[in-house]
Design a protein around this ligand. Sequence first.
Ligand SMILES: NC(=O)c1ccc[n+]([C@@H]2O[C@H](COP(=O)([O-])OP(=O)(O)OC[C@H]3O[C@@H](n4cnc5c(N)ncnc54)[C@H](OP(=O)(O)O)[C@@H]3O)[C@@H](O)[C@H]2O)c1
Length: 284
Amino acid sequence: MRILLLGSHGMLGNEFLDILSERSGFDVTEFDRDELDVRRREDVLNTIHRYTPDVVINATGYTDVDGAETNVEEAYALNAYAPKYIAEGSRDENAILVHFSTDFVFDGEKEAGYTEEDTPENPINTYGASKRRGEEYVMETNPYYYLVRISWLFGKHGKNFVYGIRQKALSGEEQLRVVTDQMGKPTYTKDLVKEVLHMLQEKAEYGIYHLTNGTPEETGISKYDLAQTTVNMLGSPVTVVPATSDMFPTKAPRPHYSALRNTRREPLRGYEQAVHEYTIEEEW
Ligand SMILES: NC(=O)c1ccc[n+]([C@@H]2O[C@H](COP(=O)([O-])OP(=O)(O)OC[C@H]3O[C@@H](n4cnc5c(N)ncnc54)[C@H](OP(=O)(O)O)[C@@H]3O)[C@@H](O)[C@H]2O)c1
């Protein structure tokens, strides 16, 4: 299978590179920002046409959620128009497009969480709105797509929430204040990449997928729960103190309820196991 991987130095892209390099049967060509600027339509199309891939994996994105509130154009360039160009190029080659989106395309008001059947009407912030536009472009341009929504992504190649908690827990701080009023589901890059590769190998049906790690309740866990789990695993004496979102104002609002429910495939393994592997078993 010929794979063209875009955004190969990001948190998710790098995980794809790691796992693909250990697998046989995949012929991978990778690009990062320095080699291909995905905002440039002609360059995107020429690259895809030159490599004639079977699969294009788009792991690029403008991921600064608060920054997107002021850098609106840049957020749309990366999260909406670039996916459109990538969808055009992959469609011309009859290639499958794997594209990643976010829980922030939803409004965050649905306590039960969101399934793949839910249509995002009112994204919670500008980042979410730009990602939603990208979703629409992908779906209307290339029929061979896996649009994979993920949330609270963590993995060894980037800064993320669990990373931050780990650093603080090990730095000797006595207390950590973490919000109890943001419910969602974490996604471990390793589990996500393996599942996407399964989907490609099994020739899963095209469409939208929510891929997140399992939580005891379908409605997800709070950020507080995730922090407490991480601290417990590290055996850190730090106290995790419950807080609310209004104590930490951010430029971009965050959703109260944004659990992505996986109804089309089994959820990825339980989040505790994933957090354990990431915080304890990975090399740091
Ligand atoms: N992180 C999360 O919690 C989360 C949650 C939900 C969905 N997602 C989605 O998952 C995907 C991957 O996220 P991530 O956390 O791995 O992001 P990331 O670490 O910020 O990586 C983004 C990648 O995009 C590349 N990039 C930026 N501008 C580019 C340009 N003009 N041309 C080509 N490449 C460019 C970056 O290159 P440089 O390394 O050179 O900057 C980097 O490799 C994104 O679509 C994101 O929206 C992430």
